[in-house]
Design a protein around this ligand. Structure first.
Ligand code: SAH
Length: 370
């Protein structure tokens, strides 16, 4: 069967789904009904969509698909964190991480297969970049986590498992702008997941033009991966800085907050032993952030095979934090979660075909049975 011409309904946010139904000669409210079946009920069999006429159900079955990434494996961490490895096509897999905490359940989702930014301390960078994920592949991660965990966690009807989403998995979300925005609209849609923008955080290395577009099109919480207080060091750690240097980035952050009720931006700072963790650098960071409402998230470095950095000692982390706190900068040290299953920040690697897009699948059939 030729699936290329079939519409995958997971790829459509409400506006596009309404347009789709109108093109079929149907009323736009069908979109809300179908969104509810798919995203709230977790139903992907049209036959079960009982408030849709038989005729329309048959037309949908004939013309459309409901396809999400497929689970290859999942891993449980001692601390309750769970990581799924999901196949998105014959050669590529991505990773999604579920982080349960007191009072909230966060899902960390991927936006690209691999990443093009080449940050020197990140495992995803080593995989290179293969392609952007589609809307269906992004929202499909939330769908899969929500609906596979519901029965397991004994969630009551009307309640949801995932309370917060962070776009902090593999990839740079702002380099896959349109798909990420459509997926976030679905996350916020009352007929889909109904999450407030306050519960969605997009993490970026700082693609400045896209930040301005995000403010216009889909303002959510922003986390900016800073990692260095000066251009010289940041150029090395986050090569994107050579294109969008720190001061321009800080200005873009100020614009992002302007006139909105968002209170502050989170700046992420991975502490690398002897590289960016001195008290002088902490003071430079205070100075840099003095004019932007900020919260700093200090991230202990998570090692991965062949990484050239080391984690700063607890004492150094505490000292760095102390400098920020005494300058009244809200600072939290991120608790490392899921590092025993390589699910912690910067450890997500998935399986990515190399940049030359080899034809030989890198996923072996044996991977599918483990
Ligand atoms: N491209 C986006 C989102 C993915 S990274 C971004 O740069 O923000 C999510 C967070 O994990 C970022 O702050 C990133 O810098 C951090 N991170 C990457 N590698 C890490 C590592 N090895 N240890 C700890 N944190 C890491």
């Amino acid at each position: 069967m030729n699936t290329a011409s079939r519409q995958n309904l997971f790829s459509l946010d409400r506006q596009r789904l309404e347009a789709f139904f109108q093109a079929l000669g149907e009323k736009p409210f069908r979109a809300s009904q179908v969104l509810k079946w798919i995203h709230q009920q977790g139903i992907t069999d049209f036959e079960q969509m009982s408030n849709i006429s038989k005729n329309l159900r048959q037309r949908l079955a004939a013309k459309t698909d409901l396809i999400t990434p497929q689970e290859i494996t999942h891993h449980y961490s001692e601390d309750g964190t769970r990581k799924w490895v999901l196949q998105v096509d014959s050669g590529n897999a991505i990773e999604t991480v579920f982080i349960p905490e007191e009072g909230r359940n966060t899902l960390c989702i991927s936006s690209q297969v691999g990443c093009a930014l080449n940050c020197s301390f990140c495992a995803t960078a080593q995989q290179g970049f293969n392609r952007n994920l589609s809307v269906a592949e992004i929202i499909g991660q939330l769908w899969l986590a929500e609906h596979s965990l519901r029965p397991e966690l004994d969630i009551k009807p009307g309640q949801r498992v995932i309370s917060n989403v962070v776009l902090m998995g593999m990839g740079e979300p702002l380099l896959n702008f349109d798909a990420v925005v459509a997926a976030m609209r679905l996350m916020m849609d009352d007929f889909a997941y109904g999450l407030s923008w306050r519960r969605i955080t997009l993490s970026t290395a700082g693609v400045i033009p896209a930040l301005d577009r995000l403010k216009e099109q889909c303002p959510v919480n922003l986390a900016v991966s800073l990692h260095a207080p000066d251009d010289k060091l940041r150029d090395q750690l986050v090569p994107l800085n050579q294109k969008y240097p720190i001061h321009d980035l800080i200005e873009a952050c100020q614009r992002y907050l302007e006139g909105e009720n968002r209170k502050r931006i989170t700046f992420e700072y991975v502490l690398l032993k002897g590289v960016n963790d001195s008290t002088a650098q902490a003071r430079a960071l205070v100075n840099l952030l003095r004019d932007v409402p900020a919260k700093v998230n200090l991230i202990p470095f998570n090692p991965f095979p062949e990484s050239k950095y080391q984690r700063s000692s607890q004492q150094t982390v505490d000292r760095f934090r102390e400098v920020l706190m005494s300058a009244n900068l809200i600072t939290v040290t991120r608790k490392t979660r899921g590092d025993d299953i390589a699910a912690a920040c910067g450890q997500l690697a998935g399986k990515v075909q190399d940049r030359s897009r080899r034809q030989t699948p890198v996923i072996q059939p044996s991977d599918l049975t483990t």
